[in-house]
Design a protein around this ligand. Structure first.
Ligand code: C2G
Length: 152
């Protein structure tokens, strides 16, 4: 049983996130995903549109994800790798080198990011849209979540 672990904010989850998660999932048998809590994001200087609960629920609804855990600190990774017996720690290559110190505990992989899409860019585009329209988009996404839940 090969276990993969990764971490992220996953706000306004998009194809770049999904590409990474599916590529990581295909490297093993089980994928554990640490989703950043709202407090941890603030320490990362990130203000999310979706709450931790919403981001964790969306990530957990993905077929390629097996376990979702809260990421509340930079330091928890070593312990998580032990707890979940992770064989591989993977991130997009915008993080290349940043987690090499974890190497004694498990294999480290950095996969190419999906170009031309990022949450920051999405937020910039959304900011140009009328706030009422944003609420309609969010309402629509909430409806999609309800359908996913009903299909579970
Ligand atoms: N990613 C990607 N392609 C994109 C955007 C993101 O492959 N176009 C990857 C990132 O490299 C990261 C993962 O998707 O591995 C999650 O990205 P974010 O939600 O932006 O997470 P981040 O803020 O980088 O937080 O302790 C690690 C941090 O929690 C990572």
């Amino acid at each position: 049983m090969r276990i993969i672990i990764t971490y992220g904010t996953f706000d306004l989850i998009h194809i770049g996130h999904l590409n990474l998660l599916e590529r990581l999932a295909n490297m093993g048998d089980k994928l554990v995903v640490g989703v950043s809590t709202d407090d941890f994001n603030l320490s990362k200087g990130k203000q999310c549109l979706y709450s931790f609960e919403e981001r964790a629920r969306i990530v957990g609804a993905l077929q390629c994800v097996d376990i979702v855990i809260p990421e509340s600190s930079w330091e928890q990774k070593e312990q998580d790798i032990q707890t979940y017996h992770a064989d591989i720690f993977g991130m997009g290559d915008d993080w290349v080198g940043k987690f090499d110190h974890l190497a004694p505990a498990c294999k480290i992989v950095y996969l190419p990011r999906t170009p031309t899409i990022s949450t920051t860019e999405l937020k910039r585009s959304l900011a140009k849209i009328d706030p009422v329209a944003i609420q309609k988009i969010k309402k629509g996404l909430d409806g999609v979540l309800d359908i996913v839940k009903a299909l579970e």
